[in-house]
Design a protein around this ligand. Structure first.
Ligand code: NAD
Ligand code: ZN
Length: 256
């Protein structure tokens, strides 16, 4: 008689940051060699100031878009796609690259936007762009030049998909599992959210944070003690350990 694996009771929620794509050669922002070491956040990632240097902004994101196109998904992206085939899975990423999609993931919630899209603040149009964009290029719908920005969430800007993220968190049941990969927690304090909404919390980061300060929130926002299991190491090299942990909670799963 044919046997089928029992459907796992719990769902999987995967939350990722820049560390996920680091092994694909896309630099993180905050690590020692990160992008913020070389660029001024207020020039390229602040909705209040970006228009003063539109040429710098478009050059910066055009370079990021090229790096994304040249990169290849790594084993961690592939592992997340495999989980999504086996379990009822929601994927939330702070990353603006498309490597999860290129690894086979679907319905990815990009809370900080998509590098391969432009948006026009003058008319609201959003469109796909795979090539470089310059400060002289115009919105294809309303011809605005100054209103066009990458469809990436800047500091001080609304992040509309936070609503979908919190909906996912709030709906988490007692059997659901949260896997967090490659984030410093400085933009979104995922450790605090993990404790608030999940009973089973798994973290993978490269290494323990250097400073944990309750007096200076944001210095190292993510405390490993906020998780039940912590796997230190490169995301692309720790997939087996993470998968064993997920299977220990959700079973082997089955094709969705
Ligand atoms: P972050 O730069 O603040 O932190 C990166 C984290 O990943 C650190 O905790 C670091 O220890 C860890 N890390 C580094 N290399 C790793 C590896 N090989 N394997 C596992 N972990 C590794 O990143 P963040 O918390 O995602 O916040 C940065 C913000 O910048 C995000 O909002 C995002 O929108 C943006 N960003 C996106 C990309 C991208 O799309 N690939 C890249 C850089 C920054
Ligand atoms: Zn427009």
């Amino acid at each position: 008689m044919e046997t089928t694996a029992a459907q796992p009771k719990g769902r999987l929620v995967v939350f990722t940051g820049a560390g996920l794509s680091a092994d694909s050669g896309i630099p993180t922002f905050r690590d020692a060699d990160g992008l913020w070491e070389k660029h001024n956040i207020n020039d390229v990632c602040n909705i209040l100031t970006w228009k003063m240097k539109r040429d710098v902004v478009h050059r910066f994101y055009s370079e990021r878009r090229k790096a994304m196109a040249d990169a290849t998904p790594n084993a961690a992206h592939a592992q997340i796609a495999a989980w999504q085939r086996r379990y009822a899975t929601t994927i939330i990423t702070q990353n603006v690259d498309d490597l999860l999609e290129r690894a086979g993931c679907t319905s990815v919630i990009h809370v900080h936007g998509r590098l391969w899209e432009m948006q026009c603040l003058a008319c609201g149009h959003v469109w796909t762009v795979r090539a470089a964009w310059t400060a002289d290029d115009r919105c294809p719908r309303c011809s605005s030049r100054k209103g066009v920005k990458p469809n990436v969430v800047f500091f001080n800007e609304q992040a509309p998909l936070y609503r979908a993220m919190f909906k996912t968190f709030k709906e988490a049941g007692p059997d659901d599992v949260l896997v967090v990969i490659g984030t410093s927690g400085e933009v979104l304090p995922i450790g605090a959210y993990a404790q608030m909404y999940f009973r089973c919390r798994i973290l993978n980061n490269l290494e323990p944070p250097k400073v944990i300060s309750m007096a200076f929130p944001g210095v190292a926002a993510l405390d490993p003690d906020q998780f039940d299991h912590v796997v230190w190491g490169r995301a692309a090299e720790t997939t087996d350990s993470l998968d064993r942990l997920v299977v220990s909670y959700l079973g082997e799963g089955s094709a969705q």
